[in-house]
Design a binder for this molecule. Structure first.
Ligand SMILES: [Mg+2]
Length: 367
């Protein structure tokens, strides 16, 4: 089988709650890119990449679309069943820019699994479970509003939550106090600062949460700052933004810098790199939040397949991003219920784009 065409579409993902706020950022929608790979055997593979706006990570929608000029032609003529060969070809064609490769690598995996007649989870080692534990993000808001949201989400069936902080220390402490006050014994909560605190502020948070049942995620911008805070924190530490390579994961494990990492598929260039990072974490005894920067049904399906194929005890939680939007971009996305998402039926990712919604392509190349 050979890849004969690469096509890209853009779609705006509108927030059901009106906006999404973290750190000092607020967005009403996110600019997602859906990629389609065609083959000489008629099979089509789908992938999706959606940066969380241009200011979250060093990634943005315009960048990944410009990168298609280099990455798309590199895949033409390759056999998508050779997933590592396709991944390497993209690395040879363009150094770095892992997020730009993620949707294409996802589509390669969709094709490889479809060709084998299996799910992507099977391709990634096999599904340990057909339901994936979710967490619900509590978007940054006033402290009492965030507490009310947790109660609402619990009534929807969630028991794991990530509250967004990192705006300013005094309000963040009030947010943590208000939300931890409404926690039930069965709830699990993390406060994600998304790099927003200076080291001295994170030290105060570490002291403040000593007797509160809450984990802290990515308190500061740099690894060195997070590492300095770590010995002062009696609660679990989750590292996210700085865990951007397998070398970083090895260093973090060696330093005892974290208990859990947030593994985002696009930060590792797609499912090829994310699987290697996942397997490394299992070897090192580090549990994972498995998700992506953002996305609709297609990216969320990829999350579900990677999470389901992660051994018991190492999968901490995942995001079902399509649950935050009002308008599906594909059919077959993971069904969300009782704080879990169901693994889509294969073969492949198990999703089919809504072609009417995607409209005309924004980019294409053929053999
Ligand atoms: Mg995070």
């Amino acid at each position: 089988m050979q890849i004969t065409g690469v096509t890209a579409y853009s779609v705006d993902l509108l927030m059901k709650e009106g906006a999404y706020s973290w750190g000092t950022q607020t967005y009403a929608s996110f600019d997602s890119t859906v990629v389609v790979l065609d083959t000489d055997e008629g099979l089509r593979g789908y992938g999706e990449i959606c940066p969380l706006g241009p200011s979250y990570m060093p990634s943005f929608a315009g960048g990944l679309r410009a990168a298609l000029d280099h990455l798309g032609p590199a895949l033409i003529g390759l056999d998508p069943q050779a997933t590592d060969v396709c991944s390497t070809a993209m690395d040879v064609a363009l150094k770095g820019h892992p997020y730009a490769k993620s949707g294409l690598d996802m589509a390669v995996h969709d094709l490889a699994a479809k060709a084998a007649g299996v799910s992507v989870a099977t391709l990634l080692g096999g599904a340990y479970r057909n339901r994936v534990k979710l967490f619900r993000v509590i978007s940054r808001a006033e402290p009492e509003v965030m507490a009310e949201r947790l109660v609402e989400y619990r009534e929807e069936g969630f028991s794991q939550y990530q509250m967004k902080v990192g705006e300013r220390l005094d309000t963040d402490l009030a947010r943590i106090a208000a939300v931890t006050d409404v926690l039930a014994d069965t709830d699990t909560l993390a406060a994600d600062a998304n790099t927003g605190w200076r080291q001295h502020e994170a030290m105060q948070v570490a002291h403040f949460v000593a007797d509160r049942p809450i984990s802290i995620e990515q308190p500061c911008l740099t690894y060195a700052e997070c590492l300095a805070v770590r010995p002062h924190l009696s609660r679990p530490m989750i590292l996210d933004e700085v865990m951007d390579s397998r070398a970083a994961i090895r260093q973090g494990a060696s330093d005892g810098a974290m208990d859990i990492i947030n593994l985002k598929i696009s930060r590792f260039g797609g499912l090829s790199g994310a699987r290697r990072a996942r397997d490394l974490c299992v070897d090192l005894g580090i549990a994972m939040t498995i998700e992506d920067t953002w996305g609709g049904e297609i990216a969320t399906a990829a999350i579900a397949h990677l999470a389901a194929s992660t051994p018991d005890g190492f999968h901490f939680q995942s995001s079902a991003f399509h649950d935050y939007h009002g308008r599906p971009i594909a059919s077959g996305g993971p069904v969300v219920a009782d704080g879990h998402m169901a693994l889509p039926d294969g073969p492949g990712l198990g999703v089919e784009p809504d072609w009417d919604l995607l409209g005309a392509p924004i980019w294409a190349t053929t053999a």
